[in-house]
Design a protein around this ligand. Structure first.
Ligand code: PXL
Length: 274
């Protein structure tokens, strides 16, 4: 069985980061080792939250995993609570990256044209440095503009998307995906593998969905590790995220803070087998 180390926060409530990565990666038949960067009561989209930073614990966790000679088929990162954590995560990648280890960076910084609290230009600069170590990066549109140092626009056309994907690939990653792109009544992603461009869209739901980027990234990376080609893995990730959003929109009792991805897990397993 393959093994992923995923480095991101544990938000007790909020259906994001580790509480999304652990069930999805496990359901896709991959061992998931969650390395928490912080413990939050709930994600930062609530009016208030408690956050306990785990920066000092990262080197200690790293040391023990190294002692036990643990290896990983992939290392992924999501929300990172502080700039100082980024250097430690860079060290984790250097320590545990084997010849065939895939490094997947989701540069979580914002959404819908707005940055999350505590995200600054200095943070974005450090994130550009981290992306240079990646094989795959998957920013959403807001994060893509931030990484490129360009002002945010709602609706870039395919020409601008191609230009952005090329610009992002110059940061260092071979495969680049931009998520959260709207096309009429559809939503999806655009990607570049160093040679070809592709775009994948599915029906968009009229609900505000926090955590969809974390869901997309977990599915995309796991599908690649399950030997799907890049384009098929993108299709599976868009399809599953769209299905989770559809089930969320259909649930009158849905929580405001996240997506009903749990109800779509049987569908994910069928998608993987198709
Ligand atoms: O879904 C991204 C995310 C992850 N982790 C935390 C967040 C957010 C988005 O708000 O607050 C703690």
């Amino acid at each position: 069985m393959k093994r992923i180390a995923t480095i991101q926060d544990f938000s007790c409530v909020g259906k994001c980061s580790l509480t999304v990565a652990l069930p999805i990666i496990s359901a896709m038949g991959i061992e998931c080792c969650g390395i928490p960067t912080a413990v939050l009561s709930n994600h930062t989209g609530f009016p208030s939250f408690y956050s306990h930073d785990l920066t000092e614990d990262i080197p200690r966790i790293c040391e023990q995993l190294s002692t036990h000679k643990i290896t990983f088929d992939a290392i992924s990162t999501g929300y990172i609570a502080s700039i100082s954590q980024m250097s430690l995560i860079g060290e984790f990648i250097r320590e545990f990256r084997g010849e065939n280890t895939l490094v997947f960076i989701d540069p979580v910084m914002g959404d819908y044209g707005r940055l999350y609290s505590q995200i600054t230009e200095q943070y974005a600069e450090k994130m550009r440095g981290l992306c240079a170590h990646a094989d795959i990066i998957a920013p959403n549109l807001t994060e893509a503009y931030m990484l490129l140092g360009r002002p945010y626009r709602d609706n870039p056309d395919s020409g601008e998307l191609h230009d952005m994907l090329k610009g992002l690939s110059e940061l260092g990653a071979k495969n680049v995906v931009i998520t959260g792109i709207l096309r009429g009544g559809k939503i999806g992603c655009a990607a570049f593998d160093g040679k070809d461009f592709c775009e994948v869209y599915r029906k968009r739901q009229d609900v505000f969905c926090s955590g969809t980027g974390d869901i997309f990234s977990s599915v995309l990376l796991s599908a690649i590790l399950r030997d799907k080609c890049f384009e098929r893995a993108l299709e599976i990730a868009v399809e599953f995220t769209a299905e989770a959003a559809r089930l969320t929109a259909a649930d009158p009792d849905r929580p405001f803070y996240g997506v009903n991805f749990e109800q779509a897990i049987p569908y994910l397993i069928r998608l993987l087998e198709s």
